[in-house]
Design a protein around this ligand. Structure first.
Ligand code: FES
Ligand code: FE2
Length: 419
């Protein structure tokens, strides 16, 4: 349980709030590169700030304020130029650093005043990595965009999946350090959703949590497992500050504002050995629905949709004064305490956990990966079909509802299973 004041501290993401300022010390994935194949501008709301993401005619990305400093027109309806984004109302042009480069009428009417030098729009750095576009809203010098190990892997089919989840980010992230829910929410609930009475899945017998350089590792032992099992020896990762990492799959919970979260998944499927060498030309991105429009209820058929049901069910901002934590929640307590400590750390001028500034380290940041061998060495199609984690993925995208047919087709072609 948390008192009301601490719950507020941990859940508010606006600029100038303690957690908002802490989260601004990290790069956040906000869009996919492939979304800009046919579009040039995307409105973005990030940590309560309304912004405009664009790709100009030189191919450079920029992230600037949503409203023009002239008379507040919506910059997401502007148009890109060779360099920068131009407001569609009176043509003021801004570059990616927020400088005003042109004010067409002022530049003619009173060029000597150079009024444009006095005007700026908010602007933040953006970088691309692993098919994602990342934004940094914190103080300079910015750390590096983490180059997590799977981003360097070859022979994979990657897809990026988004969902708008109407609740606060923290309850989503607490799910990243909650191994027990897997047994009930994903395994046993799925059994019951299929209208089957059982059997239920093996029970969790032992859990452990441990902080490391990039988050918290969680380990589990379920009935029938020994301490030699990779789920105990290696475990899985609550990745700092707002992601889950399971080995070939990242899920970021990106705060849109205090009451909404953008779920961003980066999912890697190693192609069968017989398909190597495989080079993916473009990483597809798609947006999955959360609500079943026919029933008016949340979708519950896919793994992450089930998670969304849990998160949204906790309320728009979970009231942690009402909870009764058990021993299974040790990781959640650890996560909250670490955030509170890091709020103090940045106030002292220190870097928070998982800040990467050394380019040598960032060449490839390795993480605990329970089934590393499968991902590094690959498997034949026959072996994938027999693998407990691989087989289901050959027939469906199991993580989220709504995968477009063309993405399924591209996946099937990559895997060599297209009919
Ligand atoms: S409001 Fe943007 S140029 Fe006038
Ligand atoms: Fe889950």
């Amino acid at each position: 349980m948390l008192d009301h004041a601490k719950n507020q501290v941990l859940t508010q993401v606006g600029r100038g709030t303690p957690m908002g300022d802490l989260l601004r010390r990290y790069w956040m994935p906000i869009a996919a590169l492939s979304e800009f194949e046919n579009e040039t501008i995307k409105p973005v709301r990030l940590m309560g700030e309304d912004l405009t993401l664009y790709k100009d005619m030189s191919g450079a990305f920029g992230l600037i304020g949503r409203h023009c400093p002239h008379r507040c027109a919506d910059m997401s309806y502007g148009f890109v130029e060779q360099r920068g984004l131009r407001c569609n109302y009176h043509g003021w042009l801004f570059d990616r650093d927020g400088r005003c480069m042109e004010q067409p009428y002022e530049d003619v009417a009173q060029p000597e005043v150079r009024y444009r030098d006095k005007v700026r729009i908010a602007a933040y750095p953006v970088e691309t990595r692993a098919g994602l576009i990342w934004a940094y809203l914190g103080p300079e010098p910015a750390p590096l965009v983490p180059n997590w190990e799977p981003f360097t892997w070859k022979n994979g089919f990657v897809q990026i999946v988004f969902a708008d989840v109407p609740c606060n980010w923290l309850q989503c992230q607490e799910n990243s350090v909650d191994p027990l829910h897997f047994e009930w929410m994903h395994m046993n609930w799925s059994v019951r959703l299929k209208d089957q009475g059982g059997p239920y899945s093996p029970r969790h017998l032992k859990l452990a949590f441990e902080e490391f350089d990039y988050g918290i590792v969680y380990r589990r032992i379920r009935e029938g497992m020994s301490e030699q099992d990779p789920m105990w020896k290696v475990g899985r990762v609550c990745l700092w500050p707002n992601a889950l990492f399971t080995g070939d799959h990242f899920e970021w919970r990106v705060p849109i504002d205090d009451e909404r979260t953008l779920s961003v998944t980066w999912c890697f499927n190693r192609v069968p050995k017989e398909r190597e060498p495989y080079v993916q030309e473009q990483i597809p991105a798609w947006h999955g629905p959360v609500l079943d429009s026919e029933t008016g209820r949340w979708i519950s058929s896919h793994v992450m949709n089930q998670d969304f049901v849990a998160w949204m069910g906790q309320g728009v901002i979970a009231d942690r004064t009402q909870e009764h934590l058990g021993t299974s929640d040790a990781g959640i307590i650890m996560l909250r305490q670490r955030f509170l400590k890091d709020i103090e750390a940045i106030a002292r001028g220190e870097d928070p956990l998982a800040t990467i500034r050394d380019p040598e380290i960032n060449r490839c940041v390795s993480l605990p990966i329970a089934d590393r061998k499968r991902l590094i060495e690959g498997m034949t199609l026959e072996e994938i079909a027999k693998h407990p984690l691989g087989a289901g993925q050959l027939t469906d995208y199991v993580f989220q509802a709504g995968q477009p047919r063309e993405v399924r087709k591209a996946y099937a072609e990559a895997m060599g299973i297209a009919k």
